[in-house]
Design a protein. Sequence first.
Lengths: 425, 391
Amino acid sequence: MFKKALSLVLTLAMVLSACMIFASCQGEEDLKGMSESPLPAPELTVDFEVKDDFKIGFIFLHDENSTYDKNFIDAAQSVKTLLGLSDEQVLMKVNIPESNDCYEAAVDLANKGCDVIFADSFGHESFILQAAKEFPSVQFCHATGTMAHTAEQANFHNAFASIYEGRYLAGIAAGLKLNEMIEAKKITPEEAVMGYVGAFTYAEVISGLTSFYLGAKSVCPSVTMKVQFTGSWYDEGLEKEAAEALLSKGCVLISQHADSMGAPTACEVKGVPNVSYNGSTYAACPETFIVSSAINWAPYFLHIIKCANTDTAIEADWCGGIAEGSVVLSGINLDVAAEGTEKAIKDAIAGFKAGTLHVFDVAKDDFITVEGQKLTEYTADVDYDEAFTKDTQVIKDGYFAESEFRSAPYFDINIDGIEFLNAKY
Amino acid sequence: MKKEKNAKTAAKPAPSLKKDREMPFYVVKRGDAAKTPGRSILIHGGAILIALLLCGIATIFVTGDNPISIYATMFKGAFGDAHNLWKTLQDIAILLCVSLAVTPAFKMRFWNTGAEGQVLISALATAMCMFYLGGAVPTPVLMLIMILCSILAGVIWAVVPAVFKAFWGTNETLFTLMMNYVAIQLVEVFLKVADKSGSNTVGPNLLKHGWFPELFGQKYLLNILIVAVLTVLVYIYLKYSKQGYEISVVGESENTARYIGVNVKKVIIRTMVVSGALCGVAGLLLVAGTSHSIDSNLVGGRGFTAIMVSWLAKFDPLMMVLTTLLLVFLDRGASEVTTNFGLNSAYSEILTGVIIFFIIGCEFFINYKVMINRNHPFFKKKEQEAAKEVL
């Protein structure tokens, strides 16, 4: 009897305290929450008829549990809904590794009557190219690849987005946040050090982290950045450790280019502002999330479906930008972002649209330097060859022309102000 | 023993409380005479049927899709058209080759968990030959070097743990397992060196030379023929050769082997050389005959699946053809289901898991017989009721 009474009392106590916790939560200062996105995904319009026997096949490296693949899968689903395609017209193969399985998956899709086949991972490329040679009447599209413009294979195409512009915009939000900290005397201008968790030392990651840094530097000239690489696209533990290592080295703001929630959650625990990638992490990190940039693949999917249905050739290289709606931003977290962030980002978007603003502006003073010197020329490895030789002059009209000679990024320079803590990957 | 007890309780006329707790069923071990192949086939067939039925019910509840159309799709995915059929045969060939490789060691009770690494290191050796020597030497010479290197690599990876086991009694399970990680790391290094673009794979665009020729316009026919020949050879080796007999003796009892004058150390090392060489062939077939690429996940767990194949077939190479067929069919069918029904890939893996669970469960029913406890009140009551009805 006594035991029962005791347990009843304890239960009541727990319920009461739970109620109080809830009440206190709701009673806190009013949160402003998220703003509208300054660069939302556009409403796409359809100006062509889809043939009844049209089929498109997708090859994804993982399934929707990976944020990278989810971004592609969501875009494919949205275009499917937009065009009213049936399940038989959209075939998706998930968990296809970067091996002969990818070639086999492509052949299977072609045998099933697909007119267009799309693959989403960098390592799929040579296998897709192999399949493209066997099925000349089927169009093969590959995201992030580098070979299409030199492969001389008319039905093989590469695509990417000028996500470096999105990174730059997110960098502006980071820079303004640093300015706010400096003004509030929380840090000195010299202590404006950002941390960046990168996956590998590939051009795609370096292009992204540099444009993020330049976005911040465009508003906060004293900023510097430390980069920690993890050697993996998805490793929550490693990414969390890398973020914590950066914080212990004095970084006051973190961003990342890897696919797990490791870095954002490390920031939320320590209360350090975070600029995210591939989508908003506001739901999990409401007190530290600022803004996120992402690639929207829907415009490209619509484009290739339109080409296939109107018998138009697809470009060997397609790089979607802000105008195409391929680069998007999440809403801005008004509780964390500095005042005026939204306006500054919108101004920069206008600059990009007008062509007056370039991310990799090498002519600007004190902006992009390598060992104290301005960049006047740089040959990058643009054309594919087995020796990976640097072959193309990519600086023109005073800026580094990223993604203009081919869609995939090729900016791979370690500029002043950015320190690679480990470059072994 | 349990039966005796039943007999005793039956002798007592008054039903006791204890009696109610007795199970209505009990199990008896079958004698060897009862383990006929006919019965085994009957039990396996029944198990697969029940598994399919269960999967069907689950499918209706979870997705609302028609289970029969799901099975039809699985069948179509594995055998539906010429391309799918060839791909299925090819997958069978590779898995069977790895399974053949682990079998002699398993028959010897040498727990080789390193087939994954042995195949991968041979694949790496093949890929390195193709990468560094491709174009520099004539193709027939290149082929010869590839064959030698891949077999040698597989043998080295297998024989090191065997020597340690034979002379110092180290644990072969842990040793071979760790060798897998060494192989994976070596492949990672090669990926870094060979492909500077940062891809996680060295693809067919870099390994252009030393591809196996197509036979009659079929890419995979040569692989399939090679494995078919190997299957017969391994069967003969294990069943009819003196060395094969020595393997079984060592497996049954090392002391007996020693007593009848078998050099156990020699048998362990020799058998692992055979295992390693067969893994070497598997690695060669994977790179030169199939994918013309290498990445650290090239073997894709076949080194471990092979253990299951080998056990399910009781180390009989001819039976292994059937077990690989089943596993490959499930795998290929499952991926087809995922594509056609837009289901999460985990669902088809669940179906595969259920079916494999039932097949492994068969072993119990082959070795044991389930008997009805006629003295249990549950049946007694029924009998009485039946008797009443008759009256």
